[in-house]
Write a protein that binds this ligand. Structure first.
Ligand code: HEM
Ligand SMILES: *[C@@H]1O[C@H](CO)[C@@H](O)[C@H](O)[C@H]1NC(C)=O
Ligand SMILES: *[C@@H]1O[C@H](CO)[C@@H](O)[C@H](O)[C@H]1NC(C)=O
Length: 503
């Protein structure tokens, strides 16, 4: 009897609390008691679209609750998005059992940590990656090796039938992961490696089942244990990460074994990190550099980098199939500037149209329509509203890249918009932010800038891409999850006659 009475009282209090909003909280829908707006989110609709609808009703900063005490802020449109991303008090990341499940139940890595821990780890990671050759010629060389392998794969598949039809599902991710893996310190995988395939499928699954709002609901661990199906509802299966983590751990162990003298220059990211772990462990008991943190960081780099880059490449081919005149123009520029050779970073400045095409694809199809979730580290302001400490923010990049005031005709695929009048130079609009901005901006941007360019320009130089004869054009609609993926498609990839030299 007492138990029931107490339960009822708690319930009533929760309902009362759920219907209260802090002072100056952004306007937004109330939803239902206790669950808040959660039940109304994303029944099949991508969250970034729900957010845009909310913005139409409530304005660029809309607030609601998911669950009884979790404020959630939807941020839409250039002004609100940039203000939010430049506000360092909004630079935190949420932490809950779903996110923690990725990294051994602890808050580790660079993508989902915050505060001083994150700053220190992010700084170290970026510095090492820069030194390891993000953008250096050794990485360019390795990237071109992967590209040649990919070109062979496409040619071989095309040769197997009269029409040069190639299946583009899952074809790029192998090359992309190999490059990331080479930078952190792993060995190259073969396309046919079954273990590797399984690993890639797990990563893909994580991104596809992911729902950016649900994944942020603070679900207690015991609930996940009691109802295993909740895990997939909320978008995380921790088992997904085990094969990848095992791979990383094995690679780290190999590094420890094969490293000869102490004074050796680090060969790659893992070596550099292990050196730091060793140094810190003798002099500093409060160090953030640990073996586990190394594994989590490498996992963040591989998972953060593989899906995104792969889909950027896939969407570029799709857009060029839809816009053959753009493809032709790009090929003319590439032929003129590169002759019979494949493109290189040194020639990039002479390839403004090619660069503009890539920028336009990234604008039209935002690979990451919303940023990874941000968290308010303390009470702060956004467009004059109060954002309470602990709020989770979903920040909509897509609304900036598709903003009518900025782009005038955002729905038109028009690479020229990124060029100056005589079409000789890129003009960067400050609202072209596919990687976000501010201190949380994508850590892989310098690498992607180069690898995405080398991949797509080499492919377009080598092949003429078109739809399979007699079939409709493959869809430009993304498959949404945490990121927007291209739907697996088949297309014709006919080797171009200008490129007759041996690769
Ligand atoms: C087309 C390719 C890519 C796109 C569009 C992209 C986009 C983004 C975006 C929008 C964010 C979130 C920013 C925020 O939360 O405010 C992000 C974060 C991140 N990205 Fe990328 N990314 C790409 C490639 C990569 C690559 C190749 C890597 C790895 C080498 C990478 C690693 C990361 C990491 C580690 C974070 C978290 C950074 C942090 O929280 O401090 N990304 N990316
Ligand atoms: C000790 O570790 C903490 C946390 O990682 C760091 O902030 C501090 O700079 C380190 N001290 C030294 C002497 O390296
Ligand atoms: C971009 O905006 C246009 C209208 O300005 C709209 O028709 C289109 O659906 C939007 N695209 C996306 C991906 O939201």
């Amino acid at each position: 009897m007492l138990f029931e009475a107490v339960s009822l009282a708690v319930l009533v209090l929760l309902i009362i609390k759920a219907s209260q909003r802090p002072r100056n909280f952004p306007p937004g829908p109330r939803g239902v008691p206790i669950l808040g707006y959660l039940p109304f989110l994303s029944n099949g609709e991508p969250v970034y679209r729900t957010m845009k609808k909310l913005a139409k009703t409530y304005g660029p900063v809309a607030g609601f609750y998911v669950g009884p005490n979790q404020p959630f802020i939807s941020v839409v449109g250039p002004q609100a998005v940039k203000e939010a991303l430049h506000n360092d008090d909004l630079n935190g990341r949420p932490s809950n059992s779903v996110i923690l499940a990725r990294t051994f139940g602890e808050k580790l890595g660079v993508a989902f940590t915050d505060g001083e821990f994150w700053r220190e780890q992010r700084r170290f990671t970026m510095r090492q990656l820069r030194e390891m050759g993000f953008g250096k010629s050794s990485i360019e060389y390795q990237t071109m090796e992967e590209i040649r392998d990919l070109i062979d794969e496409i040619k071989n598949q095309g040769k197997s039938n009269e029409d040069y039809i190639v299946d583009f599902k899952g074809i790029f991710v192998v090359s992309v992961v190999n490059i990331l893996w080479a930078i952190v310190g792993g060995e190259r995988f073969q396309r046919s490696d079954a273990k590797f395939k399984r690993l890639l499928e797990d990563i893909d699954l994580f991104f596809r089942v992911g729902n950016p709002v649900r994944a942020n609901v603070p679900v207690p661990v015991f609930l996940l244990q009691m109802f295993p199906r909740l895990r997939s509802y909320f978008g995380v299966e921790s088992d997904m990460f085990e094969p990848l983590q095992t791979f990383i751990k094995e690679t780290v162990e190999q590094h420890e074994r094969s490293r000869s003298v102490e004074a050796d220059i680090p060969r790659d990211f893992i070596d550099a990190y292990l050196d730091e772990v060793k140094q810190q462990s003798v002099k500093n008991s409060s160090t953030t550099f640990t073996y586990k943190q190394l594994v989590a960081t490498v996992q963040d780099l591989i998972t953060g980098g593989s899906e995104t880059t792969t889909n950027a490449i896939g969407f570029t081919l799709l857009y060029l199939i839809h816009y053959p005149q753009v493809q032709r123009k790009m090929q003319e520029e590439l032929d003129q500037v590169c002759g019979t050779a494949l493109p290189s970073l040194a020639l990039r400045a002479s390839l403004p149209y090619t660069d503009a095409v890539l920028m336009e694809v990234q604008r039209m199809n935002t690979i990451a329509p919303v940023t990874a979730p941000h968290r308010a580290m303390k009470d702060t302001q956004l467009l004059g509203y109060t954002i309470p400490k602990g709020s989770i923010l979903s920040i909509n990049i897509d609304s900036v890249l598709n903003d009518t005031d900025t782009w005038k005709d955002p729905h038109c695929f028009r690479p020229e918009r990124h060029l100056n009048v005589d079409m000789t130079k890129i003009v960067k609009n400050e609202n072209h932010i596919p990687f976000g901005v501010g201190k949380r901006m994508c850590l892989g941007e310098p690498l992607t800038r180069n690898s995405y360019f080398l991949f797509t320009s080499s492919l377009v130089k080598t092949f003429e891409f078109s739809a399979v004869p007699g079939q409709p054009l493959p869809t430009l609609e993304p498959v949404v999850g945490f990121t927007s993926a291209y739907d697996g498609f088949k297309a014709v990839a006919k080797p171009r006659s200008t490129l007759t030299q041996a690769l």
